[in-house]
Design a protein. Structure first.
Length: 151
């Protein structure tokens, strides 16, 4: 009985350690991603809408939630929902690392945001909309660069 109790307590200690270790990632500082071509910031609103907007209001604040090596989710701090894609459109959904449309990686100094399932990049357009495109499948590659995320 003593061995079983020791094993249970050791397991509880490990779970507690994992919870404590995970807390700083959840409390990561927020950032405001600004598109390299338009100068507008990525914004998310209730109703699952994602577009570009003037920088500085709550809708343009995001955090990175790491879910694996060089992979994570972008969480809008205003809505509490995560950036999601179906390979073409971009929208917000309840956060779930099991949803491959929400798992992203960053390249080029954290300025290129690539979805791992669709292998396409977040792209900002002059109209203020955002969508997914293949790398450099745009008239200006700066439309695929988002500045402001700390690496």
């Amino acid at each position: 009985m003593r061995k079983k109790m020791t094993a249970v307590l050791a397991g509880v200690g490990a779970v507690t350690a994992l919870t404590v270790a995970a807390s700083p990632a959840d409390a990561a500082s927020s950032f405001t991603p600004r598109n390299g071509a338009t100068g507008k910031c990525l914004a998310g609103w209730s109703g699952h809408t994602v577009a570009q907007s003037n920088c500085g209001d709550a809708s343009t604040s995001w955090s990175w939630v790491e879910v694996g090596t060089n992979r994570g989710m972008y969480k809008n701090t205003s809505t509490g929902m995560c950036l999601d894609t179906d390979g073409d459109g971009v929208y917000l959904s309840p956060c779930s690392s099991a949803d491959g449309g929400q798992v992203w990686g960053t390249w080029d100094g954290c300025t290129l945001w690539k979805n791992h399932v669709y292998n396409r990049y977040l792209t900002g357009w002059n109209t203020g909309t955002v969508s997914m495109r293949n790398y450099n499948d745009v008239d200006s590659v700066s439309k695929q660069h988002w500045f402001g995320q700390p690496c």
